[in-house]
Design a protein. Structure first.
Length: 120
């Protein structure tokens, strides 16, 4: 796999960026709410990454599943993606609107938290 495109590296190398995005994506897929807490900058980079994985899950197949496992390195997350999430969006022409939640009480050192508006 080639090096990631020149985007936000978040102060680390390309290898660290790949692993960080893979971990964030697998946690988002496994979470019951379909949402995680992260910064806005990371959420902006993560969204197209996860949308591509969901698109692969929509089409299904063994080859696509192996591609997803090689990308996110988590068989449980890949299974949930192909068994639950992919079929849900198979009839749609677009991928789902992923979101990152801001329900965490601790604030990150830099950047704002991303997520839906708080419910009143």
């Amino acid at each position: 796999m080639p090096a990631p495109k020149k985007s936000k590296r978040f102060g680390h190398s390309a290898a660290h960026q790949k692993l960080m995005l893979a971990n964030l994506a697998s946690h988002m897929i496994i979470s019951q709410a379909g949402a995680i807490t992260t910064t806005e900058a990371k959420a902006k980079v993560l969204r197209p990454y996860v949308e591509k994985l969901v698109t692969k899950a929509k089409h299904g197949g063994v080859h696509k599943q192996r591609q997803v496992v090689s990308t996110i390195h988590d068989k449980d997350a890949a299974h949930r993606l192909f068994a639950d999430i992919g079929p849900r969006y198979a009839a749609r022409a677009t991928t789902p609107p992923w979101r990152a939640s801001s329900s965490c009480s601790s604030r990150p050192r830099s950047g704002r938290l991303a997520g839906p508006a708080p419910q009143r």
